[in-house]
Design a protein around this ligand. Structure first.
Ligand code: F0G
Length: 464
């Protein structure tokens, strides 16, 4: 006899808890008014279930908190850095490890340094399956042009293709052939692909992408923020006989370096790094690091953060953890399927993306269906998600507005924070809002900044 369960349980028990408070609908309406109907402006005290981001919101383990006590805060030669460096080197195989306060600082150092090297190219092109918004902003500030090449399968939100985060290899080769190493300083690949539904990239696609960049002699960098979730998908669909660590090691070794936000798959609340094998670039990276982040043995971090990140990286590739992590979004997806609520299929690694264009199909893009859905989830149930549609991307640099191809609401799941009943509750709220969708009215923008308007713009919205 051997008991086998079909239930994937949380592979941890809870030792320290934080209360969350359910406000009345009237109080939530008041909070929304005070925030000018922008969910970024809510006080987190007024949020019941916060699915705004999975970044920096992980619950650290007892071992990580233990490491926090051990941090060596020496300015130079910190022993905590030695542990951080060795852990990352073992995992990635990269020669130079440069600590930064978060992912975007690594991006800034990478692109500013390349821009000095490539000052003759106007503008150099940097392809990626899809650049995350800070990556794009950083490379544009450095004078480069970001090129997104998501695979064709991504655009069919209803299909269940397992690797919708893939690079479009045909389009990549056309680009590489046309511009070559002279006009393409580096190539990138983001795994999982956050701008495309948290969808994973297949091992085969990473390998082919690497081969193409090599063929054209272009250095290849990974945006590896959610590498472990990507590994879990590869293990599930492609390489079941390898351990997560074996897969991760193979992937990192296909590239020449990476940018990394430790706020995701290092289970830390802050941190990041830039890693490279390039001996030529490292001196310039380090100079800029000292100028803007700190001495190379701490970067933008405290010694204790370096240790918490190292410990997080040791935990993240645990088979049980990864199985549980993918089970969370899959569980929500199955519930939404049963309720016939459209979302970007299949469920992503770190988030579920509700298809607001279809749920609120009575609203035009200029009435911001994604924002309306996100506001409704908060008003009815205290859930905070994030619009990814025409509010976030509809305004062009010249000030004009046009429809974004998709109107989504991202519900990002913080790591090890919420339980299954929290997710059941979220699905109940989503079902209620979807059932009453005909009553949802347009949101209008009444005030907005020139750039990154979604963080600060103000709306009016009739709360029905
Ligand atoms: N790359 C990707 C793919 C990201 O998702 C993020 C952050 C970054 C880079 C930047 O890292 O925040 O440490 O500076 N994504 C967060 C999110 C903010 O909510 O998706 P960072």
């Amino acid at each position: 006899m051997e008991f086998k369960s079909n239930i994937i349980i949380e592979p941890f028990r809870i030792k320290s808890v934080e209360p969350i408070k359910k406000l009345s609908k009237e109080d939530r309406a008041l909070a929304l008014r005070k925030a000018h109907f922008n969910l970024f402006k809510l006080s987190s005290d007024d949020v019941l279930i916060d699915l705004l981001t999975d970044s920096g919101t992980s619950a650290m383990s007892a071992l990580q908190w233990g490491e926090i006590q051990k941090g060596d805060e020496s300015y130079a030669g910190s022993s905590s850095f030695a542990v951080f460096e060795q852990t990352i080197r073992d995992l990635t195989g990269y020669k130079h490890i440069i600590p930064t306060h978060q992912g975007r600082a690594a991006e800034k150092i990478l692109f500013q340094t390349l821009s000095k090297r490539y000052s003759g190219i106007t503008p150099g092109k940097i392809p990626n399956n899809s650049h995350f918004d800070t990556t794009r902003a950083n490379l544009e500030v450095a004078g480069f042009e970001g090129i997104d090449l998501p695979c064709e399968e991504f655009f069919n939100f209803e299909s269940d293709f397992s690797f919708k985060g893939n690079m479009n290899l045909e389009k990549l080769e056309v680009l590489l052939k046309k511009f070559g190493a002279d006009q393409i300083p580096i190539g990138m690949l983001t795994m999982t692909n956050n701008s495309c539904g948290g969808q994973p990239v297949s091992y085969k696609n990473i390998e082919e992408t690497s081969r193409l960049f090599k063929k054209y002699k272009i250095p290849f960098y990974l945006d590896a923020c959610r590498f472990a979730e990507n590994v879990a998908f590869i293990r599930k669909h492609e390489l079941p006989d390898l351990t997560p660590t074996e897969i991760a090691k193979k992937i990192f070794r296909l590239a020449d370096g990476c940018t990394f936000s430790a706020k995701k798959d290092a289970l830390a609340n802050i941190g990041g790094f830039l890693a490279t094998n390039d001996d030529d670039l490292v001196e310039d990276f380090t100079s800029l690091l000292i100028l803007t982040e700190g001495f190379p043995t701490y970067g933008g971090l405290a010694g204790r953060d370096l240790l918490a990140i190292a410990q997080g990286l040791r935990e993240i590739l645990d088979e049980d953890y990864l199985e549980y992590r993918l089970a969370v979004t899959r569980y929500i997806g199955k519930k939404l399927d049963a309720l016939k609520i459209p979302y970007l299929r299949p469920a992503g690694g770190h988030a579920i993306y509700l298809n607001a264009k279809r749920i609120c199909d009575h609203l035009k893009w200029s009435e911001y269906p994604g924002q309306v859905l996100a506001l409704s989830l908060y008003l009815e149930g205290g859930i905070r998600g994030c619009e990814i549609g025409s509010v976030m991307f509809g305004k062009k640099v010249d000030g004009s507005e046009s429809a974004h191809p998709s109107e989504l609401v991202r519900l990002a799941i913080p790591r090890r924070v919420y339980t299954q009943s929290h997710m059941d509750y979220c699905c109940e709220v989503i079902a209620y809002v979807a059932e009453h969708r005909a009553k949802l009215s347009a949101a209008r923008i009444v005030k907005q900044p020139k750039q990154l308007r979604h963080f600060a713009c103000e709306f009016t919205w009739p709360m029905n």
